[in-house]
Design a protein around this ligand. Structure first.
Ligand SMILES: [Zn+2]
Length: 219
C-alpha cells in the first residue's frame, strides 16, 4: 500500500449503450462477425479505440469476488489501450483482510490495490484492471501495473499460506497471460522494488522462488 496525491477522474457509465455498439462494430470491422460471444468478451479489450463497456460487479479474474473500492482510490482509465500493462506488484496488507477492504473503500485513504488475496486463498477484486489503482506510490508504476495485496504481516512468515500462494499465483499467471508480461523478477516485483518507495512489502518471508515457480506452473 502507499499514499499518492493523484487526481481522480470520474465519468460514470453514461455511454454504456454506445460502448456496446462500438464493440460490436469493431468486431465486425475485423471480419469476425461469426465470433462467438465468449470469444468476443475475451478479445474486445485488444481492439484499439474501443471504449470498454463496464458492468457493475464484473471481475477480470474468474472466481474473484467483487467489492468496489472508493473511486477516490484509483483513476479511471482504459488500459491497456492508454497505458501498457507490464508489471505485477506484490503487496502485504499489514493487517487483516476486513480492515484492508475497509480502508480501500474509504475515500480518505488515497490508496487501494486491484486485488486482495486472503489467507484462505479467496481472491477479491476491488478495482478493474482497466483502471489505474493507487497502490505503488509511484505514478508511472501505478499506470503500468496490476497491484495484488496479500492479507498478513511482512514480519510474520506464517501469514503466507499454501492456499494464498496457490491462488495468488493463479491470479498473477492470468494477468501475465492477458498482457503478455514475462514471468520473471523484472516484471513480477515487490512494492519494496518500486522506485522511491519507503515500503518494505512483501518482505523477507515472501518466497519469490516458490511464487514464480507456481506462477509458471499455473500459466
Ligand atoms: Zn505495498
Amino acid at each position: 500500500m502507499g499514499a499518492t496525491t493523484e487526481v481522480t477522474a470520474k465519468d460514470g457509465d453514461r455511454r454504456l449503450g454506445r460502448r456496446a455498439l462500438l464493440v460490436g462494430g469493431a468486431a465486425a470491422a475485423l471480419g469476425t462477425a461469426v465470433l462467438a460471444r465468449e470469444e468476443l468478451s475475451r478479445l474486445w479489450w485488444r481492439l484499439p479505440g474501443v471504449d470498454k463497456p463496464r458492468v457493475a460487479g464484473v471481475v477480470d479474474f474468474r472466481g474473484a469476488r467483487w467489492v468496489a473500492a472508493s473511486p477516490a482510490n484509483y483513476r479511471r482509465a482504459d488500459r491497456p489501450a492508454d497505458y501498457p500493462v507490464d508489471r505485477v506488484v506484490i503487496h502485504v496488507t499489514q493487517g487483516g483482510y476486513a480492515s484492508a477492504v475497509k480502508v480501500f473503500q474509504d475515500p480518505a485513504h488515497g490508496a487501494a490495490a486491484h486485488y486482495i488475496v486472503r489467507g484462505d486463498g479467496r481472491v477479491t477484486q476491488l478495482i478493474r484492471e482497466l483502471d489505474v489503482a493507487f497502490h505503488a506510490g509511484n505514478r508511472e508504476y501505478n499506470e503500468r501495473s496490476v497491484g495484488i495485496e496479500h492479507e498478513g504481516f511482512v514480519e510474520k512468515a506464517d501469514s503466507f499460506t499454501d492456499a494464498m500462494y496457490a491462488s495468488s499465483a493463479r491470479l498473477t499467471a492470468a494477468i501475465c497471460g492477458r498482457y503478455g508480461i514475462p514471468v520473471d523478477r523484472e516484471h513480477v516485483i515487490g512494492h519494496v522494488e518500486v522506485p522511491g518507495t519507503d515500503h518494505t512489502d512483501p518482505g523477507p518471508h515472501w518466497d519469490w522462488d516458490r511464487y514464480l515457480r507456481l506462477v509458471r506452473r499455473s500459466g
